[in-house]
Design a protein around this ligand. Structure first.
Ligand SMILES: C[S@@+](CC[C@H](N)C(=O)[O-])C[C@H]1O[C@@H](n2cnc3c(N)ncnc32)[C@H](O)[C@@H]1O
Length: 180
């Protein structure tokens, strides 16, 4: 599939709310499966869905009772369209204070043209995630595009910040736990 067709397929997938339910289930079930279901027991946890598009996954999380879920999206028009669910912002400059977030979910953002610049950018984003996460906070990444680039970003420096709980290139799934 060439890039344009890949992008159209991803866009069609992302705009379908049923797929958002499936995506959220994949994030939450994977977190439970790797033994960190404890974090989901408290529905007041602060969840940020980064690269959220129109916030469809955030809406699914809210429907499940996670009322402190919010999305961050670089595109100002998308963010303005649903300010209840989405804040405009960049993945590498999140509009949150240090150590305030319990869980970050990311679906197909790293392979998006707005993000797939280089492993250096991905690493910068991971370091920003570590800044806002509480100790033992979780990052769950699902990416059908270029998970290998994220793997490269998990170098010696990021490994000092994160435990890699799951790293499955075939599933395009990476789950990280902030160490400190
Ligand atoms: C393929 S869409 C995925 C949307 C959503 N996560 C979903 O699965 O329904 C990728 C989204 O990430 C956003 N994005 C890409 N790079 C970003 C960055 N560096 N910071 C914030 N958002 C970004 C894009 O604008 C786009 O809305």
């Amino acid at each position: 599939m060439d890039f344009e067709n890949f992008k159209k397929a991803v866009d069609a997938y992302n705009t379908n709310p049923e797929n958002a339910e499936e995506l959220v289930s994949r994030h939450l079930e994977s977190i439970e499966r790797i033994g960190r279901g404890d974090i989901l027991k408290d529905q007041n946890i602060k969840i940020v869905d980064v690269g959220t598009w129109k916030g469809t996954c955030v809406q699914v999380l809210r429907n499940q009772g996670f009322n402190n879920a919010i999305g961050v999206e670089q595109n100002i028009e998308l963010a303005k369209a649903n300010p209840r669910l989405v804040i405009q912002g960049m993945a590498h400059e999140l509009p949150f204070n240090d150590k305030t977030i319990d869980l970050i979910t990311v679906t197909d953002m790293f392979s998006d043209p707005g993000c797939s610049k280089s492993p250096d950018y991905h690493k910068r984003v991971l370091i920003e995630f570590a800044r806002v996460l509480k100790k033992n906070g979780i990052v769950s990444i699902i990416d059908c595009g270029i998970p290998h680039l994220i793997q490269i970003s998990l170098d010696d420096e990021t490994r000092l910040i994160f435990n890699i709980l799951k790293n499955d290139e075939n599933l395009g799934l990476i789950i990280l736990e902030k160490i400190v």
